[in-house]
Ligand binder design. Structure first.
Ligand code: ZN
Length: 143
């Protein structure tokens, strides 16, 4: 285990664009505001969704596509740096008309119907994602 301390920085609330890409909209926003580390929350609804499930044995993501309108019950995550750009890592839970929960690791291709976001900047720690040998994932490096 390791951790870094920081302080709460700037804070934003806003609406995501109708039919915009959920993940890319958050990353565009982060680039515009020059955010290097933050926590992110989104609620709303999507027209369709693409998420992933990480197969720990195979060390690869399995893509799941939901071609239906869904409620975003919870979408939480963070912004940190990867290859010199702010990248969003978000996990999302959807509610469906059939009363089923769906979700996973948010991918590009999730189309916003309506979305309200909250972003809280974290000042201090430099959070950089790099390849992690143990998991095969791009995780935060401790330096
Ligand atoms: Zn993830």
């Amino acid at each position: 285990m390791w951790f870094k301390g920081g302080e709460a920085g700037r804070c934003w609330v806003g609406r995501l664009p109708f039919r915009g890409d959920l993940l890319l909209s958050i990353e565009d926003f982060a680039r515009r505001e020059n955010i290097r580390a933050a926590r992110v929350e989104v609620i709303g609804a999507v027209e369709r969704a693409v998420v992933a499930f990480y197969d720990q044995q195979a060390r690869e993501y399995i893509t799941l596509k939901f071609e239906e309108s869904l409620e975003i019950l919870s979408c939480i995550g963070n912004l940190s740096m990867r290859e010199g750009k702010p990248r969003a890592h978000m996990h999302i839970t959807f509610g469906s008309r059939e009363e089923q929960l769906k979700g996973g690791h948010l991918r590009e291709g999730t189309v916003v119907f309506a979305g309200e976001f909250f972003v809280q900047e974290i000042i201090g720690p430099e959070l950089v994602r790099e390849h992690d040998e143990d998991t095969g994932l791009p995780l935060w490096n401790k330096y």
